[in-house]
Every structure is written in structure tokens, then in C-alpha cells.
Write a protein that binds this ligand. Structure first.
Ligand code: GLU
Length: 368
């Protein structure tokens, strides 16, 4: 039941934190803080992913950052402390301590960094601190190069999935997912519950007619990461008064139901990783992996691309060019180049050593 959710990640988008003049919308932000404090006092564990650093910084510097990643980075460096200051001050009024965590997707790709981040965040929650997270824009241009600035949707879903949250709430300036574009069709209906994110549902966000529903695609991607990690996800409108308190109500926003859960390691493999290479396999290997949950053997490999080390993440493609799995390579690209198409028994002869019979062992392989 969604109301039993103990650990909740709230993601606030730039649009909902700014007013029409591009200034911070204090009325929104303070009402979020007040309602989040209420949930916190009810015993919920709260993590916040907040956007708005670039916008605030640009306003302060009186610059237009469009088209320049470097300017966005500079603006984010100015805006981030301002943004954090407002959240911190607000929560202080309710006696709640906050922490600032700035992340890039890469912090999740490196398993050591990821495990250390997990420990830090768990310690913060144990100590009743609310972590306030944003992308580390200043050091990571790639975080800012995405056309729509909607990457915090993905970041928040990764945080939620990795931190064993029960619910991800994406607070935006739209009511949720509609059956057609509400800007074009006044009779568009809000979909209040999505059992499973099927291609049909995805089409609602990505169809040509939905151009006005900015950011719905990335929100759905976020919802997909969350639900396939066994979490509830919700998209709701921050302009609705006291939406945070109403987050468990059926009649607010769109709720996405959790799907089967993947283990932590498999989630780590499936999401938020730097894919270092591509392995193309034959049909027999594909069938063995998909139907019989088998490992990937060298004999099934037709081709490889990219340079990667043993232990890095690779994508597995079929001969039609469709990615169907990801996994941790037990051999480097250099080794795989030599052993591809050969039987596992020959690995030792070819390389002079052998780590595993499998190029990707089944525990390190996840279907995507
Ligand atoms: N990190 C960006 C900012 O604080 C926002 C990115 C996003 O909204 O996805 O301005």
C-alpha cells in the first residue's frame, strides 16, 4: 500500500520552483517544506532531489545560459548554494537538519563509489537528516547537455531505487499522465493509475501530439526505473495546494504500481551505469540467456565493440541490433576478441589463463 511507504524520494523540477519572472517561487518552496516537515514528523524518511541551480544562478548573474554548457555550469555553481540555502533555512524553522549531496550518474557506475554513497545516505537517514540532492553540474558538463534539463527525473529514480525507497514522487507543473495531450484536447483525461508501463503507455508520453507535455518521457523513464525496482512512483502537480500531504490520495496525480524487484546488484547493472562496450551474440546464445536464464559463453559471441576491462558493464545485442541484456564482463575486450566463437574449454589455451567459463556469469547478467 502506497500509504505504508516509509522512505520517499521527492523530486522537484525547475518549473515548479520558479515563478514566471524566473525567480524562486518561495510560496511553492515553503509550502513544500511545510508539508514535507509534516510527513517527516509522521515518521517518514525523506530524500529530496531538487533542480533549480542553473535557473537561480542565471538570474543572479543576469545572464542567458542557453546554448552554453560552460555558462550553465558557472550559473549552477552560483545557484546551487542559493538553492540549498533556501531549503536549509526552511527546514531549520521546523527543527530539521538537511545535508547537501551533489551527484553525477557516474557516481553510481563505479561500484565502490556507489556503495560508499549508499552508506553515507543511510547514515544521514539514520541520523534523521534530510538529504538534498542535485546533479553536480559544475564538474560534469554531460549532466547539463541534455536537451530538456530533465535528467533529475532519472537521477531521482536511481536514488530511489538504489536507496530502497518505497515511493518516488516527481513533483512537476503537470497533473500527471493524460490519455491525450491536455493542451490540445480539453477532454483529455488524467490516468490515475498505471498497472504497468507498457509500450502503449509510453506512446502517450512520446506521441507526436504530446509535444506540449514537456518532460513526460523522462518522467516515464524515471517511473519505469522505480517500478521495476519494486517501488511505487507518482507524478503530481506542485501547483495543487498541499500536494505533498495529499500524495497518498488516489485522486491526485498518476500512480505507477511496483513491478517485480531486481536484486541490488542487478539494479546496479541495469540502470545508471556507463556502458563500456557492446557484445553481439548469435541466436542460440540469445535464446539461452532469455529463455533459460543462462550465462553468456564465448562460443555464442559474434562480435564486440568498445574497449573495456574485466568487471566493467557491457551491453548484449542480438544480431538484429537490439539490446536485450546488460552484464558485468568477466573478461576484457582484448580477451574477448581472442576467445569469441571458441568453446569455454579453449579459453585457457588461448589466453594462458581463465577467470570463468562464462564471459558474463548469469548472476551478473540482467535482461533489459
Ligand atoms: N541540475 C539542474 C539544475 O539544478 C537541473 C537538472 C534537471 O532539472 O534535470 O538546474
Amino acid at each position: 500500500m502506497i500509504e505504508n511507504s516509509k522512505r520517499i524520494v521527492f523530486k522537484f523540477g525547475t518549473n515548479i520552483l520558479r515563478n514566471e519572472d524566473g525567480d524562486i517561487s518561495l510560496s511553492h518552496l515553503y509550502s513544500f517544506i511545510e508539508d514535507l516537515s509534516y510527513l517527516y514528523k509522521q515518521g517518514k524518511e525523506i530524500l529530496i532531489v531538487t533542480s533549480g541551480a542553473v535557473g537561480l544562478g542565471a538570474k543572479k548573474l543576469k545572464i542567458d545560459t542557453s546554448g552554453s554548457t560552460t555558462l550553465k555550469q558557472a550559473a549552477a555553481s552560483v545557484g546551487q548554494p542559493l538553492l540549498m540555502g533556501i531549503w536549509q533555512d526552511g527546514f531549520e524553522k521546523y527543527g530539521i537538519t538537511t545535508a547537501q549531496i551533489l551527484l553525477t550518474e557516474e557516481d553510481f557506475s563505479n561500484r565502490k563509489k556507489y556503495l560508499s554513497l549508499r552508506l553515507t545516505l543511510h547514515k544521514l537517514l539514520e541520523n534523521k537528516v534530510i538529504p538534498i540532492i542535485n546533479q553536480n553540474d559544475a564538474v560534469s558538463p554531460s549532466e547539463l547537455e541534455h536537451a530538456s534539463f530533465s535528467d533529475n527525473d532519472k537521477l531521482s529514480s536511481i536514488v530511489a531505487s538504489k536507496l530502497d525507497a518505497n515511493l518516488l514522487v516527481m513533483v512537476s507543473d503537470v497533473d500527471g499522465l493524460f490519455d491525450k495531450n491536455p493542451k490540445l484536447y480539453p477532454d483529455a483525461k488524467l490516468i490515475s493509475k498505471v498497472e504497468k508501463i507498457t509500450p502503449k503507455i509510453e506512446k502517450l508520453a512520446s506521441g507526436a501530439s504530446s509535444g506540449g507535455r514537456g518532460g513526460m518521457i523522462t518522467k516515464l523513464t524515471g517511473a519505469k526505473v522505480a517500478t521495476s525496482s519494486g517501488l511505487y512512483a507518482k507524478i503530481c502537480n506542485g501547483k495543487t495546494p498541499n500536494i505533498i500531504r495529499k500524495v497518498f490520495d488516489d485522486n491526485t496525480g498518476t500512480l505507477f504500481l511496483p513491478q517485480n524487484t531486481l536484486s541490488h546488484k542487478k539494479r546496479w547493472i541495469a540502470y545508471a551505469t556507463n556502458i563500456m562496450g557492446k557484445i553481439t551474440v548469435n541466436d542460440g546464445a540469445k535464446e539461452a540467456i532469455i529463455k533459460s536464464q543462462k550465462s553468456l559463453l564465448s562460443i555464442g559471441i559474434d562480435d564486440i565493440e568498445g574497449t573495456f576491462k574485466r568487471g566493467e558493464i557491457v551491453s548484449v545485442y542480438d544480431k538484429k541490433g537490439l539490446e536485450f541484456a546488460r552484464g558485468i564482463a568477466s573478461y576484457s575486450s582484448e580477451d574477448i576478441e581472442k576467445i569469441k566463437g571458441h568453446h569455454s574449454d579453449e579459453i585457457c589455451n588461448i589466453l594462458g589463463y581463465k577467470f570463468d567459463d562464462d564471459v558474463i556469469i548469469k548472476d551478473n547478467l540482467v535482461l533489459v
